[in-house]
Design a protein around this ligand. Structure first.
Ligand SMILES: Cc1cc2nc3c(=O)[nH]c(=O)nc-3n(C[C@H](O)[C@H](O)[C@H](O)COP(=O)(O)OP(=O)(O)OC[C@H]3O[C@@H](n4cnc5c(N)ncnc54)[C@H](O)[C@@H]3O)c2cc1C
Length: 295
């Protein structure tokens, strides 16, 4: 069995950077440990040193700065669940956080860990992709930022260099007739793909024209993915029942093609189409609750 020789518990970002350097950039960051500990126990993770970031207060925040919502990587799912900011229009993100495991897992697990673990089934990632979130990384050299979408390099892989860690996530605060919807397939054993979830962000104008739409899915690729082909069906068009129907057909078409030939998948096309419909309707309802435009 692989022995962990040393554990660090930095209490500030400054000491975290020191600890990373001291391990020769070979230390494994552990936040809530809900993924890391499982992997260590399974023998799937080899690390000589662990760097526990769970007590770094500087990484635990939810704030709004110049119109941008910023969430520290060390923020737990429970903290997101309890914060007023995630009521109303941003409820889709809270719903994603609430889908994670059990209350114990949500008390320990962090949004940063959910992202950096880069599982295709990470529940907070589709809402963050739909919000066009950016990741802000920190190293001794300073801050580096990129879209969350570009941060993912494949299953279990993110674009973190040596000596770099995820500091916080940020996205534009929602305004006007904007809404976010989230929906997940229930954990029914009959569905082999029960982890699939969909998030939809919409920006409507007063005439119900979709100024912008972003759709993201979880568990349908190596990472959570934006569904640009479906977005193209909707963007710039007037939101009608006919258009919604057209988008659902396209959604089903795109997903069917992606999962074609996947062995052992009990493919429930109508269920998948259904979660997209519900996420879309929720986003419309949220956007509509800001105005009387949507009936
Ligand atoms: C029983 C159980 C049920 C679960 N159910 C769900 C579920 O329903 N949905 C879901 O999405 N997940 C689920 N998970 C997975 C897990 O809880 C989440 O992925 C969680 O967000 C991981 O966060 P953490 O803080 O525990 O990460 P950790 O386990 O501490 O770390 C995960 C990875 O991220 C890296 N990391 C963490 N923080 C940083 C940082 N700031 N900078 C750089 N790298 C970092 C670590 O090095 C590691 O590679 C479940 C896990 C368990 C054990």
């Amino acid at each position: 069995m692989y022995e962990i020789e040393k554990t660090y518990k930095p209490r500030s970002i400054h000491s975290l950077l020191d600890a990373m350097e001291e391990t020769g950039y070979d230390g494994k960051i552990i936040a809530g440990g809900t993924d890391v500990v499982v992997k260590i126990r399974e023998g799937a993770l080899k690390a000589k040193a662990l760097i526990d970031i769970s007590t770094i207060k500087e990484m635990q925040f939810i704030r709004v700065v110049e119109g941008k919502v910023q969430i520290g990587a060390g923020t737990t799912f429970s903290e997101i669940e309890d914060h007023d900011l995630f009521e109303g229009r941003l409820k889709g993100l809270k719903e994603g956080a609430m889908e994670v495991g059990s209350p114990q897992i949500r008390n320990a697990g962090t949004i940063g860990g959910n992202i950096c673990n880069a599982s295709p089934a990470a529940d907070t990632v589709p809402p963050l992709l739909a919000l066009n979130a950016k990741v802000v990384l920190q190293s001794r050299q300073g801050l580096r930022s990129m879209t969350l979408e570009d941060f993912f390099l494949g299953k279990g892989k993110v674009d973190l260099g040596p000596g770099e860690f995820l500091y916080y996530i940020e996205f534009e605060q929602m305004t006007g007739e904007q809404g976010l919807g989230f929906e997940k397939l229930g954990p029914r054993k009959a569905l082999a793909i029960s982890k699939i979830c969909t998030a939809v962000f919409i920006d409507l104008d007063k005439d119900l024209i979709l100024r912008d739409i972003r759709i993201a899915n979880g568990s349908l690729g190596p990472n959570s993915l934006r569904e640009r082909e479906v977005e193209a069906v909707l963007k710039g068009k007037k939101l009608t029942e006919e258009l919604k129907e057209k988008a659902q057909i396209k959604f089903k078409e795109v997903i069917s093609l992606r999962l074609k030939g996947r062995s052992g998948v009990d493919f429930k096309e109508e269920a998948i189409r259904g979660i997209f419909k519900q996420a879309l309707e929720k986003s419309i309802a949220e956007a509509g609750s800001q105005t009387k435009a949507v009936q």
